[in-house]
Write a protein that binds this ligand. Structure first.
Ligand code: AGP
Length: 618
């Protein structure tokens, strides 16, 4: 997730864009840059630097002191392709620097387009997917189309999710223009007094205007000093409602939400689209990042999946897929135990590391241990350029965008998706038996439906709110489940524990009767997760046992007609999907449950006591 800004009007474009980027920096801070159209005419001036604004772009502006400009575009980057550095920073330009583009999203077919454009003689400078866009626009500008027409034409060749801002050199006659495009990734038009703006979200506009238009999917915006015009993806001029925003600046950074955590929970459908983008083929997962996969798979006899906290829980959920799809033993390991457990390691052991930050000390120590033993290694992280991303043999990014809240939410569910895809990808090298083939087909067929299912859950939180009301009055809560539902229960208890301070525990449902059921007394909340068909009957008897001892039962199920629902006090229904994908939807539901419970208990949701977003010490 990146932040883009555009401006045209009588103020200093440099100042307006810089202020806007500062307000969007929470969307990404690997690098920042801007392209400015000098009032006096001449070529656009591009200034871009690696790192946060204050350490990179701001000094760059002072050093290069660009000409006064009335129009320009800016970008703050969260890297998904290409390392964070000056070359890969946005904006990106066409061959002779006559036009520039900033982009938020992912161009899925950038490799094919880049090859085609290079064959036409276009000169590329970076290894970023975005750079194909200015060269496509250039191709059509040179056929005589104007900037808007050329951008519309170029967009027909792009596959993926994108919000764009495009600008080009001007002759100084005051005819500067900006073009904005929205497909999946958000883009907003700001309307001032004789000045107009583009931005990824409202936070960037608040110092200048509260009148905004939220562009719809497929819309184009054409901004000049005289005004703005909007067009739909068919090229027809359209009118969109102007909305008045009453947020304060602080609330705007959270997208108007009270906490980053709920903002990030609500971003999950968008994050799942990004995580899956270009990676789900009709009959296989497509992960070109796993460049060592063939050699890795040939030589391995076991797999370890290593992480901490929520990342460990993602590993627990993914373990069965690795075992079944690769046909070799797979284990999920807590990094702080693994590193001192003297594990049997060698070139025949694949070690997969899971870490949203890519900086967790225990996890990185295990990476060193594995590499010293000659193990092939794969990293899964949300941070391009992190220690894990740089240290593992191969790395696959979750593309969830910055996650500010200490509690992991969208990085957890995107980890689940990436882990399942990696298991599919590696397994396909070996070939699947019928059972594995069926699992892979179900995953690939149903994964694209998840974002819509996520919205369905997010739009129906009434039961979750009622359960939160009940939990908020208790100091102990049980989470129980079997198989993948136990993995989901582990994550559900951690979410509740770490932000509401309620003592929660997860138990394999079949284990309850071996001691812990002694703690079930009248009214104590038991969150029972049951989504695995082959385990449903067993779960039913476990729930009966808890109920018989007075437990207050909240059943989480994908079958509202599940017989167990009859004895539950509340039933949270998640959409039905492929069984191996259910931890994604259950994870979303239990994040909401933890969030609403913590809010009811007036806890500091985004910054829980004693916790840090990244545990970089032992
Ligand atoms: C999750 O909500 C917690 N913040 C914590 O358990 C976290 O998952 C753990 O510290 C691992 O962090 P990592 O994913 O950055 O390695």
């Amino acid at each position: 997730m990146c932040g883009i800004v555009g401006y045209i009007g009588d103020r200093s474009a440099t100042e307006v864009i810089m202020e806007g980027l500062r307000r969007l920096e929470y969307r990404g801070y690997d690098s920042a840059g801007m392209a400015l159209v000098p009032r006096s005419g001449g070529s656009i001036q591009v200034i871009k630097r690696q790192g946060e604004i204050d350490k990179g772009l701001a000094p760059g502006i002072r050093e290069e002191s660009p000409d006064p400009s009335a129009a320009g575009i800016g970008h703050t980057r969260w890297a998904t392709h290409g390392r964070p550095n000056d070359i890969n920073a946005h904006p990106h330009t066409d061959c002779d620097g006559g036009l520039a583009v900033v982009h938020n999203g992912i161009i899925e077919n950038y490799f094919e387009l880049g090859r085609e454009l290079r064959n036409e003689g276009h000169v590329f400078r970076s290894d970023v997917d975005t750079e194909v866009i200015p060269h496509l626009v250039e191709r059509y500008r040179k056929t005589g189309l104007d900037l808007l027409e050329a951008t519309m034409k170029a967009s027909t060749y792009l596959r993926g999710a994108y919000a764009l801002a495009v600008v080009e050199s001007d002759d100084g006659s005051g005819n500067e223009a900006l073009v904005g495009v929205r497909k999946e990734s958000p883009l907003i038009v700001g309307i001032g007094e004789g000045e107009y703006f583009l931005a990824s979200d409202i936070a960037a506009l608040l110092p200048y205007t509260r009148d905004v238009i939220i562009l719809e999917n497929g819309d184009f915006a054409f901004l000049t000093r005289e005004g703005y015009r909007l067009y739909d993806q068919g090229g027809e001029e359209v009118h969109r409602e102007v909305e008045r925003v009453d947020w304060d600046a602080d609330a705007a950074e959270r997208g108007g939400h009270p906490h980053f955590m709920i903002k990030e929970i609500l971003e999950q459908p968008e994050a799942w689209v990004a995580a899956l983008q270009g990676r789900v083929g009709s009959d296989r997962a497509q992960l070109p990042e796993l460049k060592n996969a063939p050699s890795v798979v040939d030589g391995i006899s076991q797999v370890h999946l290593v992480g901490c906290g929520t990342s460990y829980h993602a590993a627990v959920a993914a373990r069965p897929q690795f075992e079944r799809l690769l046909g070799i033993p797979a284990r999920a390991e807590i990094a702080s135990e693994f590193r001192y457990g003297d594990p049997l390691l060698g070139p025949d052991t694949l070690v997969v590391f899971v870490s949203q930050s890519g900086e967790t000390a225990d996890t990185l120590a295990c990476l060193d241990l594995a590499k010293s033993a000659g193990c092939p290694t794969i990293g899964i992280t949300n941070v391009v350029g992190s220690s894990l991303a740089r240290g593992a043999d191969d790395v696959v990014f979750t593309r969830a965008g910055p996650e500010i809240s200490v509690a992991s939410t969208k990085t957890y569910t995107t980890q689940l998706l990436i882990l399942d895809l990696i298991a599919c990808h590696l397994g396909s090298v070996l070939g699947f038996d019928d059972d594995a083939r069926a699992r892979v087909d179900a995953l690939l067929e149903r994964a694209p439906d998840l974002p819509g299912m996520g919205w369905e859950l997010l739009d129906n939180q009434e039961v979750i709110l009622r359960v939160a009301e009940y939990l908020a009055g208790w100091e102990d809560v049980f989470f129980i489940g079997r198989g993948l539902d136990f993995a989901a229960a582990m994550e559900g208890q951690l979410k509740l524990k770490e932000i509401s301070y309620i003592h929660a525990e997860a138990y394999p449902a079949g284990e309850l009767k071996h001691g812990s059921i002694a703690l079930i007394e009248q009214g104590i909340p038991v969150i029972a997760i049951s989504t695995q068909d082959h385990l449903r009957e067993k779960m039913a008897s476990n729930v009966e046992a808890a109920r018989a001892r007075g437990g207050w039962i909240c059943l989480v199920t994908d079958r509202p007609d599940d017989s167990t629902a009859q004895i539950a006090d509340e039933v949270i229904v998640v959409p039905r999907t492929a069984e191996i994908l259910t931890p994604v939807l259950v994870g979303l539901a239990l994040q909401l449950l933890a969030y609403h419970t913590a809010v009811l208990r007036d806890c500091p949701v985004d910054k829980p006591r004693n916790l840090a977003k990244s545990v970089t010490v032992e």
